[in-house]
Design a binder for this molecule. Structure first.
Ligand code: SAM
Length: 218
C-alpha cells in the first residue's frame, strides 16, 4: 500500500535508468559539488563505525569511493550501468584497492545473503528508488544484527518557501531523476524514526544524515 507521504510521482526502474543514462556524463560536475558535504559526512560516519564489510547502495559514479578508510571493504551496487561504468573507471584511475565489487543490481531486491554486511550506506538514493519501503526492508535483511544502516538525503521541508519550491520542483521528478518532495516518513516508519539518529548537514541543513542501528536481537 502506498504511504500518504509517498512522493506524488514515483519513478519506476526504467525511468531511473533512463534518467541516469542522461546524467552519467555530467553528474559529477552538476551534482558533485552541492552534495559533497553530505557525502563526506556519511563516509566519515561509516569510517567511524565498527565492521569492515560495507555495502554502498546506488554507488553512482563512485564519488564517495576514494574517501573510505582503506580497512573498509566496499561493495557498490547501482541500477544504472552508465553510472557504474564511471565508478569502475574511478577505481582504476585512483588505484582503489579496497573496492571488492561494483555490480549492476536493484537495491530493492539484491542477490546477497542475509547479514552479508556490517554497514549499508545510501547517499542521495532513497528519494530515487521506486519503493523506499522495499529498500529499507532489503537493507535490514542485508545488515547483520548490531550493524548500521545510513542514509544521507534531501527530505521535504516542514513548511515555508522551501516546501512550496519543493512541491513545484516535484513536477519535474522524472527528468530530475529524484523526488524533491520526499518526506522522511516515506522512508522511515515511526518505530525506526524513533531509533534513528538524525543530523542536519550543511549547506543550510539542506541534507540530513540518518543513522539507523540494526536491532541486535532480530
Ligand atoms: C542521485 S544518484 C546518487 C549517486 C551517489 N550515491 C552519489 O552520492 O553521488 C542516485 C543513484 O541511485 C541509483 N539507483 C536508483 N534506484 C536504484 C535501485 N533501485 N537500485 C540501485 N541503484 C539505484 C541511480 O542509478 C543513481 O546512480
Amino acid at each position: 500500500m502506498m504511504s500518504s507521504f509517498q512522493p506524488r510521482s514515483a519513478l519506476d526502474a526504467d525511468s531511473v535508468k533512463a534518467a541516469y543514462r542522461r546524467w552519467a556524463r555530467v553528474y559529477d560536475s552538476v551534482f558533485g559539488g552541492i552534495s559533497a558535504f553530505g557525502r563526506r559526512r556519511a563516509v566519515a560516519a561509516v569510517n567511524a563505525l565498527p565492521g569492515k564489510k560495507v555495502l554502498e547502495v546506488g554507488v553512482g559514479t563512485g564519488l564517495a569511493l576514494p574517501s573510505y578508510n582503506k580497512d573498509k571493504r566496499i561493495t557498490g551496487i547501482d541500477l544504472s550501468e552508465d553510472m557504474l561504468e564511471r565508478a569502475r573507471l574511478r577505481v582504476l584511475r585512483d588505484h582503489l584497492g579496497n573496492i571488492d565489487d561494483l555490480l549492476e543490481m536493484d537495491a530493492e531486491a539484491t542477490t546477497f545473503e542475509d547479514n552479508s554486511f556490517d554497514i549499508a550506506v545510501a547517499m542521495f538514493v532513497a528519494s530515487v528508488v521506486p519503493h523506499p519501503d522495499l529498500l529499507l526492508k532489503e537493507l535490514k535483511r542485508l545488515v547483520r544484527p548490531g550493524g548500521h544502516i545510513l542514509f544521507v538525503n534531501h527530505f521535504l521541508a516542514d513548511g515555508g518557501v522551501r516546501l512550496k519550491m519543493e512541491r513545484v520542483m516535484a513536477r519535474a521528478s522524472r527528468s530530475l531523476g529524484w523526488h524533491p518532495d520526499f518526506a522522511m516518513e516515506t522512508l522511515l516508519p515511526p518505530e525506526d524514526r524513533a531509533r534513528a539518529t538524525v543530523t542536519p548537514v550543511p549547506p543550510m541543513g539542506l541534507f540530513t544524515l540518518v543513522t539507523l542501528p540494526q536491532n541486535k536481537d532480530r
